[in-house]
Design a binder for this molecule. Structure first.
Ligand code: NAD
Length: 446
């Protein structure tokens, strides 16, 4: 089949590469000339395990191409996928500018039936707006061309995106046209070999399903963080509590890890957008507002602990920071807890020596050269002259460091762990002061 994808970011590029991998002919359109040029040269602008090989193989086989030319894109695919960003607006609701821009572009060049498939995460009612935008632009041209608008939200996780796309738990397709539903089923048949994964529903339900999934996961995290903060005050260990509740299959172990807050390009903005959607619909979504507030507070936890530990005297101190990406296996630093922590440290006059296996370039792109930030080429190198080690991302190779070296290099044996990687008893035996999340170490803290 012939497919066009607008937006070559995490979602668009993975979707394009995976659809090409099963034999389709995919044309990826982006408005960023630098991105398209790099992709044409086989240089993948984002870090995602396995993506570079998949893109290169399919490009070499002639099934995956890249262009800036939207007219060529409209001509190419029966399926016109929208996978552009939907960042938060000033008030937190989703900014649909790019989505509607693609709709206008498609209508400008469309002279045959097209299925416009929206993969971006968008509020309920967006498919109607896309439909109106398309129709308006077609009318303005005096063109009479049929089209359908489908909602097909994406559930892939950065860091495991290829696997998620190739072996999805479910493929949600929202359409009011049964024939289009069947065409979408045919498109996804290669990913459906073991059992039926396409869940067909109406458009509005499909749009809401994506927000519901992300809001549920964010709620689990904020719930655990709320309990972790309580556990600290009660002298309980949240990790024991986690295992104790996770063993109940109704609760499960997924997404109940306490930590220094969720980040990334999806949870923060989607929880916000859903809460704003509720407000616009005249409903006060109190739980969603609390999920967001708890997370904002949680991102400050490590800084608050550090501030308390040093009696507010952080000026002139140096801190080693392990992890910059919002989670392991990605270079994405959007809304990452590391940013809140670094910015608070800089504000207090402290310096940061940071290491991340893949997000260093991204960090440099975001913050540039500054005197109070040193990007180090190994975890050990961050420790030079550092008053404490701060852990923000749970990369696997941070799990078992050489504690002797740590102790030797740090000015004082102090670790603040935002991901609960180590056993507090062992840390105590090794002579570290170990401040983690919800591990009963600070019963008297206010
Ligand atoms: P991204 O920012 O990585 O990529 C968006 C791309 O769209 C950019 O390359 C940008 O240049 C391009 N673009 C903007 N306007 C365009 C236009 N008019 N025509 C063509 N290209 C254009 O975004 P992303 O992380 O891939 O997310 C895309 C959407 O998918 C968002 O709505 C997001 O919420 C959703 N989503 C993201 C993830 C994720 O893990 N990143 C997962 C599921 C869903």
């Amino acid at each position: 089949m012939k497919i066009t994808i607008y937006g070559s970011g995490y979602v668009g590029l993975v979707t394009g590469a995976c659809l090409a991998q099963v034999g389709n002919h995919v044309l990826c359109v982006d408005v960023d000339p630098d991105k398209i040029q790099r992709l044409e040269q086989g240089d993948i602008p984002i870090y995602e395990p396995g993506l570079d090989k998949l893109v290169r193989d399919n490009a070499a086989a002639g099934r995956l191409r890249f262009t800036l030319d939207a007219a060529e894109g409209v001509k190419h695919g029966l399926f016109q996928f929208i996978a552009v960003g939907t960042p938060p607006d000033e008030d937190g609701s989703a900014d649909l500018r790019h989505v509607l821009e693609v709709a206008r572009t498609v209508a400008q060049h469309m002279d045959d039936y097209r299925i416009v498939v929206n993969k971006s995460t968008v509020p309920v009612g967006t498919a109607d707006r896309v439909r109106q935008t398309l129709q308006g632009a077609l009318d303005a041209r005096g063109a009479e061309v049929e089209f359908d608008v489908v909602s097909n939200p994406e559930f892939l996780k950065e860091g495991a995106a290829i696997d998620d796309f190739m072996k999805p738990d479910r493929i949600v397709v929202g359409t009011d046209n049964p024939r289009t539903g069947e065409l979408m089923r045919a498109l996804y048949a290669p990913f459906n070999r073991s059992h039926e994964r396409v869940v067909l529903m109406d458009v509005r339900s499909a749009e809401l399903t994506k927000y519901a999934a992300n809001a549920m996961l964010a709620t689990k995290i904020s719930f655990m963080n709320e309990l972790a903060n309580l556990a600290e005050r009660l002298g309980a260990d949240i990790e024991a509590v986690r295992v104790g509740i996770g063993s109940d299959p109704r609760i499960g172990y997924h997404f109940i890890y306490p930590g220094c807050g969720y980040g990334g390009s999806c949870f923060p903005k989607d929880v916000k957008a859903l809460e704003r959607t509720a407000r616009a619909a005249g409903y006060q979504a109190e739980l969603l507002a609390a999920v967001e507030a708890v997370n904002d507070r949680q991102k400050q936890r490590l800084f608050d602990k550090l501030h308390t530990h040093f009696d507010g005297n952080l000026k002139g101190r140096t801190f080693a920071l392990w992890g910059l990406a919002f989670k392991p296996n990605t270079d994405d630093m959007r809304e990452a807890p590391s940013r809140v922590l670094m910015e608070a440290l800089w504000e207090s006059g402290a310096r940061v020596r940071a290491y991340d296996p893949v997000a260093m370039d991204e960090c440099h792109r975001l913050y540039g050269e500054r005197d109070d930030l040193t990007l180090c080429d190994s975890p050990e190198a961050t420790l030079d002259d550092a008053d404490a080690l701060l852990i923000v991302t749970e990369w696997t190779h941070f799990r078992s460091p050489d504690f002797d070296t740590l102790k030797q290099k740090l000015k004082q044996p102090l670790i603040l762990d935002g991901r609960n990687l180590y056993d507090p008893k062992l840390m105590q035996q090794l002579g570290f002061q170990y401040l983690a999340i919800g591990r009963g170490e600070n019963p008297s803290e206010d």
